[in-house]
Structure formats: C-alpha cells, structure tokens
Design a protein around this ligand. Sequence first.
Ligand code: PGA
Length: 266
Amino acid sequence: MRKILIVGNWKMHLNASQASLLVHRLHERIMIHRDIEVVLAPPMLTLQPLSVQIDRRKFRLAAQNAYFADEGPFTGEVSFTMLRELVHYVIVGHSERRRVFGEDLDMIRDKVAAAVRNEITPILCVGETKHERQSGETKQVLHDQLMTALHNLTAREVREIVVAYEPVWAVSNGTDWRNHEIAKPDQVAETVNYIRSYVRDVFGPKAASGLRVLYGGSTSPDFVHSFLDIDGVDGFLVGGASLNYHSFASIVTQSYDWQRQKGAVT
Ligand code: PGA
C-alpha cells in the first residue's frame, strides 16, 4: 500500500527563527503517524538548523530546488550532492520555477536525474495552465512534461518517485488559498489517472502502482477527505496552508482520520 504523503512547501517565506517556531508549533500538534509521511520544504537557508530540530519520527525535510551539476562554477546554486545528507526529497519542476526562473523541460529532466543519482526522491511537479486546459491541451502538456522528466529513469527508479499534479491555475499566491480556485475532484481524477496510465504504458504496472501522486493547488483542510477519496491520490503538496500551523496540522490529522475510516491504518 502506498503511504499518504503530505508536503508543506513554504516557498520563500520565514527566516530561521520563524521557521523554528513553526516547526515547534507543528510538533505540538502533529502526532507520530506510522502510515502518514509529513515532509517540510523550508527555504534552503533553514534546512540545516531544522534538520537538527525536527523529530525525525514525525517529519522529513525536502529542498524546494537544487542544481543538477554536482559542483562547479554555478554562482548561487546548491547541488543535489550537497543536499543528500540533509533531505529525503527535492521539489523539481514547480510551476513557479518553470515560469519565473525559466526552467525548461530539459533542465527539469536533468534535475530529476541528478536527484535520483544522489538518492534523493524527486517530487516532480506537473500541470497545465488555464489557457492550456481551455484549449484542450491538458493531456498533451502532461505527456510532454512526464516524457522528458522521466526520460533517463528505469522502471524501478520511477516506482520510487513522487509526482505532484499541480494545475497552475489552482496554485495560490500564498495568502489567498482559502478563496482561490481549486481543481474539481473529477478534473483531478481524470488527470491523476492519466499520469498513472502514462507511467504504466511506458514503465509497466509495478512502476505505476508504486509511484505516489499528490494533488497541489490551494489545498485546505476542507478538501482533504474528498481529494483522498479520488482513486490514485496519495496526498498533497501544500503551499499557503502549510505556513499556518492550524491548517497544516489539520490537513495531517484529517488525512489520518480518513485513513482510519477506510480501515487502512495498521
Ligand atoms: P498553494 O501552493 O497550496 O498555495 O496553492 C501549492 C504549491 O505551489 O506547491
């Protein structure tokens, strides 16, 4: 059975002391759940202190980005190699990196490969813009993103990675997530199904059944049950709501309740 995975993407928010306080608050509210994995993705600067602070039975760390070369003349960058002792996961191909920092399909492919090479699990973000959805291009866009990003991987490697379906039009600006447009369950069902069937066609059934697929885009505690009810959704990549300890802890607790109701907790 695939473990539920909840990732808090703090983006470019919180300095070291604010980050430490948030972890402290989350620690008070989140229990140890063997069947739920909770991952925090703070800004790069705070990964080191948080790696000392976190209770590893409750939390794991993710970086929000890294560069694919192991070392070299790349001013301002941090490599996967440098992060490998510190994090379990790295977010790759977030729509903000694609849009604001011009990361293209090839760069994302190289980053996914570098993550796997360094034994860090990539959380590969894929998703269409509003315009692409309205023009009926959603599946083509996902196809192209998946095809390039997974290009260098074996079926066994694909089985271990995480894909986050984040429709770009559903991603909040960090403060408006409560009122922001969110994908409808049938849209998520269709897309998540497409992602898994792509992986099944190219890498086989074992890879498709092992791969975890998350939903991301204005996630709030209100939607946890209805989204986990969607066949093939294994958790959430949470932006805005992950900065609020009540909301993020509630997303974790509700995921646990959902699992208990399903009788899936051992
Ligand atoms: P959001 O962000 O939950 O604020 O929409 C999700 C993300 O960008 O990872």
